[in-house]
Design a binder for this molecule. Structure first.
Ligand SMILES: Cc1ncc(COP(=O)(O)O)c(C=O)c1O
Length: 433
């Protein structure tokens, strides 16, 4: 049971004040700041299972899960033990290592579109690399992305890029030359007609379409029936590639990602987060003939000093092994559904307009009647109310992502008590909003 009743954050505040003089905004990734919800970020001391503890000793039930990787629970004993053992052999070889084969085999066996994979160090790297391959393979330059989808912070994707950028109120980023985004076309999510129009307006010029097949960076938004199938058909007909960015959804929505769950197979896929089990990893993969264009098999250059390092591979392998055990995804679905159904019910009982849902271990709630089909719909949410909700939940010992435009994550470590305590906290907060 979480016992936090009033939040004392003296040490957190001191550390964060000092951090602001040392690092831009006091953080190393903007989404960690509490810019959109107000107040100061909480400085963590340690994490275990579904809980986190801050430097002042406050304990929280966590629904951020280090932004996705912690699906087996934080500091999982089995992952930790595997890492301790791997550490004895060294942290980085800069040469081939058997563990790369093991993780590659697991990823290829799990994800329908992936026949070959390349490991990198982050989701950003995976997405910027996949774009190069898309362009090289099709000999075309233009790419379509969707408003409110985030594909990492590489310049060509920083157009209508969802959560982090939206939360800070930046339409784009200074420092990205116009020429870098000139070939990036955008369409509203779930709008097949807009995509068809872009293909008509740019005949033979579009290398492909990249999207979050279930969106987490506009809040939690699902594809309408037929949307993914429609994209598959349009791209195939035009000789363009379809790319699913499953950095967030891979091994979360199902073991084989959204593509397994919804039965639409893209040409290429990007991964990250869970496949590194909490260590820095990204990956991209797809059809063999496309992947064999990458150096040294082919001419498309992409490299990385720490790519495929034994520690990250070990954490990924053990995490996937745990997830592949019978019942893992049933358990994730059941707990997450109980959580979001409860939250929506309590909000409605207290007179709040809300909508939301979950698939497997990913969920979201908007303070608007909805439905939310795209980023513009998501922006109809009452952001001031979300901020008060976020603060209230924090004070009740529940750590939610500090932005309305982020999805929530559960893990195998979340217990029935965690869910019950979260709902009790929500009852207190939502009745007083
Ligand atoms: C869908 C998606 N793609 C790419 C990225 C970038 O990954 P990273 O933060 O590891 O660079 C993220 C990060 O949240 C993401 O959610």
């Amino acid at each position: 049971m979480v016992t936090t009743t009033s939040l004392k954050t003296t040490k957190s505040d001191e550390i964060f004040a000092a951090a602001q003089n040392l690092m831009p905004g006091g953080v190393n990734s903007p989404v960690r700041a509490f810019k959109s919800v107000g107040g100061q970020p909480i400085v963590f001391d340690h994490v275990k299972g579904s809980h986190i503890w801050d430097v002042d000793g406050n304990e929280y039930i966590d629904y951020v899960g280090t932004w996705g990787p912690a699906i087996c629970g934080h500091a999982n004993d089995e992952v930790n033990a595997a890492l301790m053992e791997a550490l004895q052999k060294g942290t980085s070889f800069g040469a081939p290592c058997y563990l790369e084969n093991v993780l590659a085999e697991k990823v290829i066996a799990a994800v329908p579109s992936i026949e070959m994979v390349r490991f990198v160090n982050s989701g950003t790297e995976a997405c910027m690399s996949v774009l190069r391959v898309m362009r090289a393979f099709t000999k075309r330059e233009k790419v379509i992305k969707f408003e409110g989808c985030y594909h990492g912070h590489a310049g060509m994707f920083l157009v209508k890029a969802g959560s982090g950028v939206a939360t800070l109120g930046l339409p784009d980023s200074p420092g990205v030359p116009k020429s870098t985004t000139a070939a990036t076309l955008t369409a509203p999510y779930n709008d097949l007609e807009a995509v068809k129009t872009l293909f008509e307006q740019n005949p033979g010029e579009i290398a492909g379409v990249i999207l979050e097949p279930i969106v987490g960076n506009s809040g939690f938004v699902t594809p309408d029936a037929g949307f993914l199938e429609g994209l598959r058909e349009i791209t195939q007909d035009d000789g363009a590639l379809l790319v699913f960015d499953e950095v967030m959804t891979g091994f979360r929505i199902a073991y084989g990602g959204v593509q397994e769950k919804l039965g639409v197979t893209p040409d290429l896929t990007t991964l990250g987060k869970i496949i590194g089990g909490g260590l820095p990893v990204g990956a991209y993969g797809g059809r063999r003939e496309i992947m064999e264009m990458i150096a040294p098999a082919g001419p498309v250059y992409q490299a990385g000093t720490l790519s495929g390092n034994p520690l990250a591979m070990t954490a990924g392998i053990k995490t996937l092994e745990i997830l592949s055990r019978p019942g893992a995804y049933e358990q994730l679905e059941e707990k997450t559904n109980k959580l979001i159904t409860g939250l929506l019910e309590i909000a409605r009982e207290n007179g709040h307009a809300v909508c939301g849902g979950n698939i497997s271990a990913m969920f979201g709630l908007f303070f608007t009647e909805g439905p939310v089909h795209n980023y513009d719909d998501a922006k109809q949410s009452d952001l001031a109310k979300f901020s008060r909700f976020h603060r209230g939940m924090l004070e009740q010992g529940v750590y939610l992502a500090p932005s309305q435009f982020e999805a929530g994550f559960t893990s195998l470590a979340h217990t029935d008590d965690d869910i019950a305590n979260t709902l009790a906290a929500a009852r207190t907060v939502l009745s007083a909003l």
